[in-house]
Write a protein that binds this ligand. Structure first.
Ligand code: PMT
Length: 407
């Protein structure tokens, strides 16, 4: 299973060098991979190629100014920094590299670079003497030390008429280098089953008991696992989300159907991740006809649903299990209880209550924060987009999984 840039948010930074015209082609090629691309230009870049070109190609406004109040109100530099899965600066001039290396934040691109926890890559393009200059070498080393990948440069004829290293890498090479950044293969060939979304428990043909789960967390985890080379089966409750490419998806509606879909296919799975918000109870006897309104009190008798996660963890040869615990109070204590009672390897504790001043997170949000607990350890994953959180979670899970399977 190969990593891809599909659905990755890529912020393309364009700096002021003659190679800036090549970024238009690069933008198109990135879009062809299915990536979502936004463009930020330095003021120097706008002298070589107009923002309008990138706007027309990307279908999005191009960001150029740190102090543009209108742009900041729409998608400001912090939003862009959080949005990006990858910041790719291509071409990066000697001047921009020096500014990034010294931690400057006085234009939009450097501010975003400094404010972002995303993956970062720089594709230098400059005169070969500038590239080999001692100060440029030092600046490049500083960027590498901070985790920035350096793509290129290529050697060959230069715009200045000289020959040597300093040409922007070709789009093909830049794209394959970007793709490799998402292909660390921590779970190469590992089979993972993930439950996601809510369940609907029918009361009558038109009514059900459900919950606010959107499936976004589970689908993001599926995507992150695929990026790491896992073979993913996704058992999804009723959600309206696109199926992550390369996953095998089974749609279910009720807890009983989810239970059956999981138990029928759990054999041979290496890891089981239960993000689904499964109804603990279902109406004993769903009515076959729509219940008519009367003035009388009305009650529904409920019976417990099977605990899918607990059953999987209790199998003779169980997979490595990661459960979720959505709690409104005593989050860590309740999560630890579930870890113990259900005999899990890991649990992700999810605070899902909100006071008015708390930020949007958890159920049906793009964002989440998790406290991951296991026997003898814990880790806190701070609030961020579920897509990014899922990648952090998968890295942690892969580490624990490999530790367990090698002991
Ligand atoms: O879907 P989103 O909108 O993105 O929201 C994500 C989420 C908040 C739903 C998710 O992050 C989360 O916390 N999921 C667990 C929700 C939950 O209801 O947990 P629980 O405490 O009821 O269940 C504990 C664990 O047992 C869960 O892993 C659950 O999947 C599993 N379980 C529970 C009941 C049951 N009958 N079978 C189960 O497998």
């Amino acid at each position: 299973m190969k990593a891809s840039l599909h659905n990755k948010n890529i912020l393309l930074g364009v700096c002021g060098g003659i190679a800036a015209y090549k970024s238009a082609e690069l933008l198109r090629r990135l879009q062809d991979t299915g990536a979502n691309v936004r463009v930020v230009m330095t003021s120097g870049a706008t002298k070589f190629i107009t923002p309008l070109t990138f706007q027309a190609l990307s279908g999005h406004p191009v960001h150029t100014d740190l102090l543009d109040t209108e742009a900041e109100a729409a998608m400001g530099h912090i939003e862009l920094a959080r949005w990006a899965d990858l910041i790719l600066i291509a071409p990066a001039t000697a001047n921009s590299i020096a500014r990034l290396a010294s931690g400057r934040a006085d234009d939009l691109l450097t501010a975003i670079y400094l404010a972002s926890n995303s993956k970062k890559a720089v594709a230098p393009a400059m005169n070969h003497v500038m590239w080999t200059a001692e100060t440029t070498r030092e600046n490049i080393q500083k960027l590498q030390k901070n985790g920035t990948e350096i793509f290129g440069p290529a050697s060959g004829d230069q715009a200045c008429g000289e020959t040597g290293p300093g040409r922007l890498l070709e789009a093909d090479k830049l794209i394959s280098s970007c793709t490799q950044l998402f292909d660390t293969g921590e779970l190469q060939g590992i089979k993972i089953m993930i439950t996601a979304g809510p369940t609907y428990e029918p009361i009558d043909p038109v009514r059900f008991i459900g919950n606010r789960s959107s499936g976004k967390m589970g689908f993001a985890i599926a995507q992150a696992a695929i990026e790491q080379g896992a073979i993913v089966s996704l058992i999804a409750g009723p959600v309206s989300l696109n199926t992550p490419e390369h996953s095998k998806r089974t749609d279910v509606e009720t807890a009983l159907q989810m239970h059956q879909a999981v138990m029928n296919n759990i054999d041979g799975q290496d890891i089981f991740i239960a993000t689904a918000a499964v109804a603990d109870y279902r109406p004993i006897k769903p009515r076959s006809q729509k219940i008519k309104k009367t003035d009388d009190e009305f009650s529904i008798s409920l019976t417990p649903n099977p605990d899918i996660l607990k059953e999987v963890a209790a199998l003779d040869n169980p997979p490595f299990t990661l459960g979720f615990a959505a709690e409104t109070q005593n989050v860590k204590d309740y999560a630890l209880l579930k870890l113990k009672n259900k005999k899990l390897q890991m649990i992700a504790a999810n605070q899902v209550s909100h006071s008015e001043d708390e930020q949007d997170t958890g159920f049906n949000s793009e964002y989440n924060a998790l406290q991951i607990l296991w026997n003898g350890g814990e880790a806190r994953l701070e609030r961020c987009r579920k897509t990014q959180l899922a990648r952090q979670l998968i890295t942690l899970l892969a580490k624990r999984y490999h530790e367990k399977t090698t002991t």
